[in-house]
Design a protein around this ligand. Structure first.
Ligand SMILES: *[C@@H]1O[C@H](CO)[C@@H](O)[C@H](O)[C@H]1NC(C)=O
Ligand SMILES: *[C@@H]1O[C@H](CO)[C@@H](O)[C@H](O)[C@H]1NC(C)=O
Ligand SMILES: *[C@@H]1O[C@H](CO)[C@@H](O)[C@H](O)[C@H]1NC(C)=O
Ligand SMILES: *[C@@H]1O[C@H](CO)[C@@H](O)[C@H](O)[C@H]1NC(C)=O
Ligand SMILES: *[C@@H]1O[C@H](CO)[C@@H](O)[C@H](O)[C@H]1NC(C)=O
Ligand SMILES: *[C@@H]1O[C@H](CO)[C@@H](O)[C@H](O)[C@H]1NC(C)=O
Ligand SMILES: *[C@@H]1O[C@H](CO)[C@@H](O)[C@H](O)[C@H]1NC(C)=O
Ligand SMILES: *[C@@H]1O[C@H](CO)[C@@H](O)[C@H](O)[C@H]1NC(C)=O
Length: 471
């Protein structure tokens, strides 16, 4: 095994040198770096014995370093593959080459996007499986082309950086991934960008900044991700995802800029992160289970959402979701479950615990009539919602809306909703709004503020039917 991996490392290095010698712009860059960044140079290709002696009256120019940036074995610096990092030059091929090389490494490999540089990367799919685990260490800044006009015509407009079929990868570092979303948000088709809050027709696709697809054992740690044209993160078909200590930000009025969207993904941990944006802080779509969210700060934005589920009469299953020890501030919603009429499947086993609300419009909400266009017809089928626990939800709400809103299906009521230690006060003044319930069954474990008297007791007959799909 040892021999093999040494051999492959040598191949990798050799391959690297070969590429470099064909890169004219590399040589220019090297000369500059000698003056500006001497600390980065390490003469991997130049044994110490060949150094010119200090007494020599004439020293031939030292051999040009072939690969000064890949000084540490297993570290693949994008500059070694020709990346310039001036924010203008297209560095896509360099990053892809670094990726492909690292991906072929049999021992754990790190791709380095170094500090103090800005790399412009086009829409790209980084594909696995790789021979070993990978770290993509982003210490510098990564940006896409600036807006729809500069986006190459043949590149996907729905995604920017895509990681596909990767097992064991860490996207980490102290750097910034800046989606430069501003020009996308102002496309006329975006909600509320027209005159008086209207939406105008026009091409509307906008790229998700970072998408993980069909991948597993992923960590995202430490980074700042901002101004995505659309969702900042999307995990789809993934398992074992750990997001830790990241910061996501976009303006409150940026449309559709969800912080982290997960779908068909399980074993998810989202911890110690701060998200402010123009849409959901975290959105949990169909097919997610075993999700644990802790110590996140959301807002401004639209809060934490499960859904929307059951769109176009689809079947949705979501279970075992916990959100705890978190803060939601200045948001349209706090913790929300939203389903379309006509869907099927179930949402069950959801716990919202120890969540502080600060001036939130709908702190607690279940909406089984979700319909952004307001043009949906009533249907009897519904995604069944049950076993939802609200524990220690405290803080203030915006009195324009009810602090608690449980709007459940006529045919398939929500059941076993539990409220415990809920205290929600108006953010301004002392006029309270009443909680709202429609076909919502459940119980109070403690008295709540405001008092809730609209929950129905027991279990309705309709949910005892064998025909209910519990997923
Ligand atoms: C190298 O640098 C010179 C001067 O800065 C410039 O004129 C030339 O175009 C550069 N060559 C490449 C390949 O970037
Ligand atoms: C897009 O077009 C350019 C130039 O025509 C080509 O080099 C590139 O490979 C194309 N990219 C894709 C993703 O098809
Ligand atoms: C926008 O709203 C204002 C005030 O409600 C109204 O006077 C104006 O005519 C509206 N503009 C359009 C284009 O609808
Ligand atoms: C993810 O990691 C676990 C534990 O290291 C491993 O058992 C599992 O096979 C990995 N997942 C995949 C899809 O390889
Ligand atoms: C919660 O997350 C913040 C970062 O948002 C971090 O500074 C803090 O230490 C975390 N608290 C705990 C108890 O881990
Ligand atoms: C629920 O998810 C957590 C992880 O968030 C996991 O530890 C636990 O075993 C799951 N519970 C069930 C009943 O599957
Ligand atoms: C749909 O059902 C709701 C709740 O029963 C009712 O308030 C609403 O008027 C209905 N809408 C239509 C279009 O029938
Ligand atoms: C009601 O939901 C709680 C979790 O919120 C669960 O522990 C309990 O078993 C459920 N009760 C029934 C009767 O299903």
């Amino acid at each position: 095994m040892k021999k093999l991996s040494k051999l492959s490392l040598m191949c990798v290095l050799f391959f690297g040198f070969f590429l470099l010698s064909t890169q004219a712009r590399w040589h220019n860059h090297t000369k500059h770096s000698k003056h500006n960044h001497p600390h980065r140079i390490s003469y991997i290709s130049q044994p110490p014995s060949t150094s010119p002696g200090p007494t020599a009256s004439y020293s031939p120019p030292p051999e040009e370093p072939k690969n000064p940036y890949n000084s540490t074995p297993g570290v693949f610096d994008v500059r070694s593959y020709g990346a310039v990092g001036d924010g203008q030059t297209d560095d896509t091929q360099a990053l892809k080459m670094a990726w492909d090389t690292a991906c072929q490494s049999e021992s754990p490999a790190k791709i380095l996007v170094p500090n103090h540089f800005t790399f412009m990367i086009q829409s790209t799919i980084f594909t696995g499986p790789c021979l070993s685990g990978l770290v993509l260490q982003v210490d510098g800044t990564i940006v896409p082309p600036d807006g729809p006009e500069s986006w190459p015509k043949n590149n996907s407009r729905r995604q920017w950086l895509v990681f596909y079929r990767i097992n064991e990868m860490s996207l980490q570092g102290g750097g910034v991934i800046d989606g430069r979303g501003d020009k996308w948000w102002h496309l006329p088709c975006k909600p509320h960008m027209g005159i008086n809050g209207t939406t105008l027709p026009g091409p509307c696709d906008s790229p998700v900044a970072i998408r993980f697809f069909m991948s597993s054992n992923l960590t995202v740690q430490g980074l700042t991700i901002k101004n995505s044209p659309q969702f900042h993160f999307r995990f789809d078909g993934c398992r074992n995802v750990h997001v830790e200590s990241i910061s996501i930000s976009a303006p409150a009025r940026s449309p559709n800029t969800d912080g982290i969207h997960i779908q068909n993904t399980n074993d998810v941990k989202i911890y110690n992160s701060v998200i402010s944006n123009g849409d959901d802080c975290v959105s949990i779509g169909s097919g997610c289970y075993d999700v644990d969210i802790r110590n996140i700060t959301c807002g401004p934005g639209h809060g934490i959402s499960i859904g929307s589920l059951g769109n176009h009469n689809s079947r949705a299953c979501v279970k075992n979701i916990t959100v705890r020890d978190s803060i939601i501030r200045v948001s349209d919603n706090g913790v929300r479950i939203k389903t379309w009429q006509g869907g099927s499947g179930a949402v069950s086993g959801v716990t919202f615990s120890n969540i502080h609300m600060d001036n939130v419009r709908n702190p607690i909400m279940i909406d089984q009539f979700y319909c952004p266009t307001k043009k949906c017809i009533n249907q009897t089928a519904a995604v069944y919602v049950s076993d939802i626990l609200y524990l220690g939800i405290k803080g203030t709400y915006d009195v324009r809306n009810a602090p608690m809103h449980f709007a459940c299906s006529d045919s398939l009521p929500c059941t076993n909703l539990t409220l415990s230690d809920v205290e929600l006060l108006p953010a301004v003044g002392d006029m309270m709004s009443d909680p709202y319930c429609w076909n919502a069954y459940g119980q109070l474990q403690t008295l709540t503020i405001p008092p809730v008297s609209c929950l129905l007791e027991g279990t309705p007959r309709s949910v005892l039917s064998d025909e209910i799909d519990h997923c």
